[in-house]
Design a protein. Structure first.
Length: 312
C-alpha cells in the first residue's frame, strides 16, 4: 500500500492527506516548499478521495491487499533510492541526501520477509501501475535529476507525516505485532524528531540554486508523482474488490460456480495432486441426481415439520 504522500501532521485519520501549515513565518511564497504545497493542493484532494485511501483510513484493509501495497512500495523506493544514490553528488539534489535517516528499501525488505518468508523475492512481482511509476523515477534520475526533488519530497515527507497514522491503522486493522513487524516501512529509527527534521529538509530544499522555470517544473513533477501514485491506488482497489475474505487471510477462495472450472483453486491440476475436483461442482452435479433430489425433499419436509412442532 503506497504511503500517504506529503500532507497533514497525522492528526485525525480522515485528514491524512490534508496540508501542513507552514511552520516557518519567514518562508517566502516563492520558496520551493511553498510552491509545492500550493501547487499540489488539487492532487492532494484527489488522492485522499480515492477509494483505496478512504477504505484504508477506515481500517478496511485486507491483509493480502496490504501485502501487495508493500510490494508496490518496495519497487517504488528501490527505484527512488537507486536514483538518489546516483545523484548524491549532483548539486541539484545533494543537499537532500539523507540515506541514514530516510531510505526505506531495507525496511521494506524486512516487511516483505515478514509477510512472504525468506524466499520473498520469488513470490513478488512489479505490477503494471507500479512499473509506470518506477520507469518515471528512473527517467528523471537519469535525464532530469533536478526533478528528483519532487519525488523525494512527496514520498519521504509524507512518510514522516500522514504515514505515521497509516502505521497505526494498519497495525490495528491487521492485528500486527506490537513489535512492529510488517510495518517497519513507517519506522524511522534515525529521525528523533520528525517535525524538526521536516523543517530542516524544507530549508535545504528552499536553498537549492534553482531558477523559476525549474521550480515550476518540480511542482509539475510532484503532481505527476501524485497521478502515478493514484494509479497504483486504483490498481490496488480493483484487486481488493476481487479478493474474498478467505483469500485475504491466505486461504483459498471458495469457488462460486462461475467461470472456467480450471481456474477453481480446488481444481486438482491447480493443487498439483490427484483427487476429487472442485467441491462446488461436485456438489452441484450430485444434487441434480433424481434420487438425491427426492431424499433432499424428504429431509426438508421432515425439518419443516419439526420446526412447526417446536414453535407450537
Amino acid at each position: 500500500m503506497p504511503s500517504a504522500m506529503e500532507g497533514s501532521e497525522g492528526g485525525e485519520e480522515g485528514e491524512i492527506l490534508h496540508y501542513e501549515e507552514t511552520e516557518d513565518d519567514n518562508v517566502s511564497p516563492t520558496d520551493l516548499s511553498e510552491l509545492l504545497k500550493e501547487g499540489t493542493k488539487e492532487s492532494h484532494d484527489r488522492a485522499e478521495n480515492t477509494q483505496f485511501v478512504k477504505d484504508f483510513l477506515k481500517g478496511r484493509i485486507k491483509k493480502e491487499l496490504f501485502k501487495l501495497a508493500t510490494v508496490a512500495l518496495y519497487f517504488t523506493y528501490s527505484a527512488l533510492e537507486e536514483e538518489i544514490d546516483r545523484n548524491k553528488d549532483n548539486p541539484v539534489f545533494a543537499p537532500l541526501y539523507f540515506p541514514l535517516e530516510l531510505h526505506r528499501r531495507e525496511a521494506l525488505v524486512k516487511d516483505l520477509k515478514y509477510f512472504y518468508g525468506e524466499d520473498w523475492k520469488e513470490k513478488i512481482q512489479c505490477s503494471e501501475a507500479t512499473r509506470h511509476y518506477v520507469d518515471r523515477i528512473h527517467h528523471v534520475g537519469q535525464h532530469e535529476p533536478e526533478l528528483l526533488v519532487a519525488h523525494a519530497y512527496t514520498r519521504y515527507m509524507g512518510d514522516l507525516s500522514g504515514g505515521q497514522v497509516l502505521k497505526k491503522v494498519a497495525q490495528r486493522a491487521l492485528k500486527l505485532p506490537s513489535t512492529e513487524e510488517g510495518i517497519q516501512f513507517y519506522v524511522f529509527d534515525n529521525v528523533s524528531n520528525a517535525q524538526q527534521f521536516k523543517q530542516l529538509y524544507r530549508a535545504r530544499m528552499n536553498a537549492l540554486d534553482l531558477d523559476r522555470n525549474t521550480r515550476e517544473r518540480i511542482v509539475e513533477e510532484a503532481n505527476q508523482a501524485f497521478r502515478l501514485n493514484m494509479q497504483v491506488f486504483d490498481e490496488l482497489d480493483k484487486i481488493g474488490r476481487s479478493l474474498t475474505e478467505e483469500a485475504q487471510d491466505g486461504g483459498l477462495p471458495v469457488h462460486d460456480g462461475k467461470g472456467d472450472l480450471r481456474k477453481c483453486p480446488y481444481y486438482t491440476d491447480k493443487l498439483g495432486k490427484a483427487g476429487p475436483g472442485c467441491p462446488y461442482h461436485a456438489a452441484m452435479a450430485l444434487a441434480k441426481q433424481p434420487l438425491v433430489q427426492l431424499i433432499l425433499a424428504a429431509c426438508v419436509a421432515v425439518a419443516a415439520g419439526a420446526a412447526a412442532w417446536y414453535i407450537m
